[in-house]
Design a protein around this ligand. Structure first.
Ligand SMILES: [Zn+2]
Ligand SMILES: [Zn+2]
Length: 154
C-alpha cells in the first residue's frame, strides 16, 4: 500500500521536524540547513537543527543553556548535534563549547587538540604507573621516617 511507504519515509525525519506551515497549514519543502519552506505562502519553518543553527548565527557565543531556552530544543539534543558535528560553529561563536580539560573555546567535540593529546598520554602513563606502583609499594614508609622527626625538634 502507498500509505505504508509514506509512513515509512516520515519515520526518518529529523528531530523537531515541522509537518505543516504554522501560518497557513501548507505543505513544506526541505531547503537545507534544517529549514523548510511553505509551498503556499513561502513561510520558513525549522527543525531542531535549523532552530539551533539560526539562533547561533544571530547570537554568536551564546551558551547552550540560553540556546535551549530560546529555541525550546533540549540541551542534551543541542550537545548531540554538536558532537555529531552537524553544526559547525563559526569562529565568531567559538565560546559556545569549551574544552572539558582547559576550558579553551572549541568549535566542536569535547576536548581541544592539545588536551586530546595530553589526555591520551595521561591514560598511557596511568597504565604504566599502575604496573610500577605494584612493584614499589612498601618502600615509601621506611624512607620518610627520619626526616619527619627532625622537623618537629625546631
Ligand atoms: Zn504557509
Ligand atoms: Zn584543552
Amino acid at each position: 500500500m502507498a500509505d505504508e511507504n509514506g509512513n515509512r519515509n516520515r519515520a526518518a525525519i529529523a528531530p523537531g521536524m515541522p509537518v505543516r506551515c504554522s501560518e497557513c497549514e501548507g505543505g513544506l519543502n526541505y531547503r537545507g540547513l534544517g529549514q523548510y519552506v511553505c509551498e503556499k505562502c513561502g513561510h520558513i519553518e525549522m527543525d531542531d537543527y535549523g532552530k539551533v543553527r539560526a539562533y547561533l548565527e544571530e547570537h554568536p557565543g551564546a551558551m547552550q543553556r540560553d540556546v535551549s531556552i530560546a529555541t525550546g530544543v533540549p540541551t542534551a539534543r543541542i550537545r548531540q548535534l554538536l558532537l555529531d558535528e552537524r553544526i559547525e560553529i563559526s569562529a565568531a561563536s567559538g565560546i559556545f563549547l569549551n574544552c572539558e580539560m582547559c576550558g579553551a573555546p572549541l568549535r566542536s567535540g569535547v576536548r581541544c587538540k592539545e588536551c586530546e593529546q595530553k589526555y591520551k598520554a595521561k591514560i598511557e602513563q596511568e597504565k604504566k604507573a599502575n604496573r610500577v606502583q605494584n612493584q614499589i609499594s612498601g618502600h615509601a614508609a621506611t624512607q620518610n621516617k627520619g626526616a619527619g622527626e627532625m622537623r618537629f625538634l625546631k
